[in-house]
Design a binder for this molecule. Structure first.
Ligand code: ZN
Length: 577
């Protein structure tokens, strides 16, 4: 086709092009001017991105209890923005430390190194915690009544985090951006805050106050001291935690309130509604604050604290975008005690939804509709109480990790030789005393006996996989090797960091929990633990609505970057939208 002929075709078709362009513009304009939160993908920087993590909110709750949700909470976020209803964490270690580190960095524990809440440090021969480091820091303000600062185990620091957070990445290029991380739990606050935050604060049930550590600053921000002195935490003393809606709705939706397997009298709150706070106590003290933390009121307290932070720091009003992480931890403590099918978890979820409505309204009124992005997710899901799961899954059971795994030492003695060779334990750290699910073999002993390490690892992996409540898992050679096709195996690989993990990964069978007694837990690669909600709305978030396809929950990080108007740091593989 000659150039003239092409030009002639363009001239003939140009009115049609113009008409199509105009129609497109008109439709877009109508769509854009509809009532709702601004959802744009223009790349314009929002003034603040607020990331909310509900500790232990399983991804199925918003769907399961949709008809009990408010119009203007999660449902509105999902319809004005996006709701990934089938988002899963891609790694096996579904615990709080790894969860918050992954939310903040957008990479897996295999990269950021937070492989559990606690793990065994082979070089130092001791158990370490994810939110404290080797260098000592002091807690501020001190929990010592005399006010003198003392070195204690609460000297929090993000030292063990090996990857930059989105906040660190933001502040490395936008010096004027502020990053705050506020949570009830210390590990949530520390790991979401990253290495260079403007402020990290968490709640102390001994004193009822928010505190930080000298890693971050010598003295708390003045507004933190003011907030602590105002005794907001005492507001719920002597009150009852009762159901938000009529009890008949709870009976219909969640069955009876009193169920076998629930904690008997958690923190003195009782087993069934109503749960009294501060009962039989002369005034607010440690016992009351622990009760408060295990009630939905603790989330309200954190939101009061967050509003003070937004106001006093003028967050969202500066020259560069700000980032605020909020860790609502009450949901987890409640879920552990009563289980995901309880009236209590239903209630804290409904109240969390109402809290989202309040937060959304607050951001709209104080900042304006086009000045924020709100992202909501969770650090992990949870397993049902085995007593409840039993009805559908007869294999559901509780086990004691020590009793189940510690006989491994004898089995290794029998197979590879024991006392007659000079004694010594083949296993260095195992079971409940250190960190389930990893088992750390005694590599020095193995080397001195001249047995190939891999032979012992393989034997131990097979032995663990044959225990009553475990199933065969990959050997360490497989875990450390090329990507596995099996999804469970792959998720264990993404939970593996060679300097921090052990020699054997104990993979529990589905619905089997390492928790004798009562209550429930999480931490496995099974879908009830990996399924988390992901909601987002505001600047940088197109109006996509509910998405049912399976998604990687680490999509949270690129959503946050979109809201901030920055490119994700290297290593963040997920793309949004
Ligand atoms: Zn958690």
């Amino acid at each position: 086709m000659s150039i003239w002929r092409v030009l002639r075709v363009i001239v003939i078709l140009s009115p049609a092009f113009a008409l199509v362009a105009f129609a497109g513009w008109y439709v877009f304009k109508q769509f854009d001017s509809q009532e709702g939160i601004s959802s744009t993908d223009s790349g314009e920087k929002s003034r603040i991105v607020v990331v909310i993590s509900f500790d232990q909110m399983r991804g199925d709750y918003p769907e399961r209890w949709n008809s009990q949700l408010a119009e203007d909470g999660l449902r509105r976020v999902g319809s004005d923005g996006v709701w990934y209803a089938n988002a899963h964490l891609p790694y096996a270690c579904t615990s709080t430390g790894p969860g918050h580190a992954s939310i903040a960095t957008g990479v897996t524990p295999s990269v950021h190194g937070i492989i559990e809440n606690d793990w065994y440090d082979r070089a130092r021969g001791k158990k370490v915690y994810c939110a404290t480091g080797e260098r000592p820091y002091e807690r501020v303000p001190s929990n010592n009544a005399a006010g003198s600062r003392t070195k204690d185990a609460s000297g929090l620091s993000p030292e063990r985090l090996l990857a930059p957070t989105i906040g660190d990445h933001l502040r490395s290029t936008n010096k004027k951006s502020r990053v705050f991380s506020l949570a009830l739990k210390d590990r949530a606050a520390v790991l979401m805050g990253g290495k260079d935050p403007s402020g990290v604060y968490c709640f102390d049930t001994a004193t009822g106050q928010f505190h930080t550590s000298t890693y971050y600053r010598e003295q708390p921000h003045p507004w933190v001291l003011k907030f602590n002195n105002s005794n907001v935490a005492d507001r719920w003393f002597g009150k009852n935690w009762d159901r938000l809606l009529d009890s008949q709705i709870y009976n219909r939706v969640a069955g009876p309130d009193d169920v076998l397997g629930e904690s008997i009298d958690s923190k003195g709150l009782g087993r069934v509604f109503p749960h009294p706070l501060g009962n039989d106590q002369p005034g607010p003290g440690g016992k009351y604050y622990a009760q408060l933390e295990k009630s939905p009121f603790a989330n309200e307290l954190l939101w009061e604290f967050a509003k003070t932070c937004i106001l006093e720091e003028n967050l969202g009003q500066g020259e560069s975008p700000d980032l605020l992480y909020l860790g609502f931890s009450a949901n987890d403590l409640i879920g552990h005690a009563w289980g995901p099918d309880s009236h209590e978890v239903l209630d804290v979820t409904l109240r969390s939804d109402r809290l989202i409505a309040e937060i959304l309204k607050y951001l709209e009124t104080t900042l304006g509709k086009e000045r924020f992005t709100l992202v909501i997710t969770a650090d992990h899901g949870v397993c049902p109480l085995p007593e409840v799961a039993n009805q559908k899954h007869p294999e559901a059971a509780r086990f004691h990790p020590g009793m189940e795994l510690e006989p491994l030492s004898e089995a290794l003695d029998e197979t590879f030789g024991g006392a007659e060779l000079g004694g010594g334990n083949w296993v260095e750290a195992i079971g409940s005393t250190v960190v389930y699910p990893w088992i750390y073999l005694n590599r020095r002993l193995i080397a001195s006996r001249g047995v190939p390490l891999e032979t012992v690892q393989d034997y131990a992996t097979k032995w663990v996989g044959n225990r009553d409540h475990h199933r065969p898992g990959p050997t360490l050679k497989m875990i450390a090797g090329p990507p596995l096709a099996d999804p469970l195996g792959r998720s264990i690989q993404l939970a593996y960091h060679p300097d921090r993990c052990g020699d054997v990964y104990a993979l529990p069978r589905e619905y089997c929990i390492p928790m004798p007694g009562t209550g429930t837990t999480h931490g496995t690669p099974h879908s009830y633990d990996t399924h988390v909600p992901v909601f987002a709305v505001g600047v940088g978030v197109p109006k996509l609505g509910k998405q049912d396809g399976k998604r990687n929950a680490l999509i949270v990080a690129p959503i946050v970057c979109k809201g901030l108007g920055i490119d994700p740091p290297n290593g963040v593989a997920e793309k949004f939208p």
